[in-house]
Design a protein around this ligand. Structure first.
Ligand code: ZN
Ligand code: ZN
Length: 275
């Protein structure tokens, strides 16, 4: 079994509207490519901030810039006009758990990916609103990132924790703490193990400045030792990124003795042999 769940039907920036992206023809292009790659379980997980409902959760100016599509129309499209698994990439915003739950409840997800792109008002992975260069030390940013990630798992809102060390996305272009980084991963791994949430192996990091999958190898080793289920995705934003670098990811899983990956249907998880 191969999965690609954390998938977007259009790029984050650029002119593609929901009307153009959420069409049976576009979904079919993704399905055909996935079939070529042997990926049987294909899902979509659009960013919450592309939907107007996002502003009921959080009123950040970055979100306000993009939040215009209808969340129910997206769910209806995926369910009724495609055979894709229905997911959502839902940011974790501390203190907004009830509002997040309001958006998730009553909608028919196969899985919900929890992501952290912002710490307070500042962004980890975009040049706008960037946390980098604000004078915050790498140590503080990293500590806060992994503590918030632990909180996101403990919220119980998510099926999959997405790109679980996104804080490193810029590689050497942003400050990185010194020494063995496992001290930062520890609180997150503890929370994941305690809650049983699945953790994403995302191949997207291989096409970002850091040039490394999420999570890093030492972090992934800690997750495997703690018994955390692993979910495999590419975070594709275009068809050509589906299954990105999966051979490399499968080799990594094999090297670490991971024989199963998480598969989701209507927010029920099972484990299937990977490959
Ligand atoms: Zn993301
Ligand atoms: Zn994503």
């Amino acid at each position: 079994m191969l999965t690609d769940y954390h998938v977007h039907l259009r790029p984050d920036d650029g002119p593609t509207s929901a009307a153009e992206a959420f069409t049976p023809a576009n979904a079919e292009r993704y399905r055909e490519r996935a079939t070529e790659l042997g990926i049987a379980e294909l899902g979509v997980a659009e960013h919450i901030y592309r939907f107007s409902a996002a502003l009921d959760v959080w009123d950040h100016p970055f979100w306000r810039r993009y939040a215009r599509d209808d969340l129910d129309a997206y769910c209806g499209f995926v369910r009724e006009e495609t055979d894709l698994r229905l997911g959502l990439e839902m940011d974790f915003i501390p203190g907004r758990e009830d509002r997040i739950a309001n958006q998730l409840d009553g909608r028919d997800w196969d899985f919900v990916v929890g992501s952290i792109h912002f710490l307070r008002e500042l962004s980890l992975d975009t040049e706008d609103f960037s946390i980098w260069g604000t004078g915050e030390s790498a140590d503080r940013v990293w500590r806060r990132y992994f503590e918030t990630l632990a909180e996101s798992a403990r919220s119980g809102l998510y099926d999959i924790i997405g790109h679980p060390d996104l804080v490193k996305v810029w590689g050497r272009a942003a400050p990185i703490p010194d020494g063995d980084l496992r001290r930062y991963y520890e609180p997150a791994v503890e929370a994941f193990a305690e809650t049983g949430v699945a953790v994403e192996l995302s191949t997207a990091g291989w096409r970002k400045p850091v040039g490394e999958q999420y999570p890093s190898v030492p972090y992934l080793e800690m997750l495997v030792d703690a018994g955390c289920p692993i979910a495999l995705s590419s975070d594709a934003h275009v068809v050509d990124q589906l299954g990105f670098e999966y051979e490399r990811a499968l080799k990594l899983l094999e090297d670490l003795g991971v024989g199963e990956i998480a598969v989701f249907e209507r927010r029920q998880r099972r484990l299937e042999p990977v490959g």
